[in-house]
Design a protein. Structure first.
Length: 92
């Protein structure tokens, strides 16, 4: 497990606490608007924090191409948008 830089430890704690209260998960945009400690980070620190969360498994990180959503393990990792599956070819 990667060492968490000291200036990111309180931010990680606040992000985990916020996501724990969101059964449907929280997007990174939602985090930026609602968690002041996260919005105060620069882009590199935000990417580092998400990488740490992804590697450690503290939260589920779902990247569906349009947005990145964080889910708490106690709620599972239901995706926010339904996943489109291609239609199965039928045999004639």
């Amino acid at each position: 497990m990667r060492m968490i830089p000291p200036h990111l430890q309180p931010v990680l704690s606040r992000v985990k606490r916020f996501v724990e209260k969101q059964p449907e998960g929280a997007t990174l945009t939602h985090l930026t608007h609602k968690v002041a400690a996260y919005s105060g980070l620069n882009r590199k620190d935000k990417e580092t924090l998400i990488d740490i969360i992804r590697e450690s498994g503290l939260l589920f990180v779902i990247d569906d191409g349009r947005s990145t959503t964080l889910h708490h393990p106690k709620y599972g990792h239901k995706s926010v948008a339904p996943v489109m599956t291609p239609p199965q070819p039928t045999m004639k």
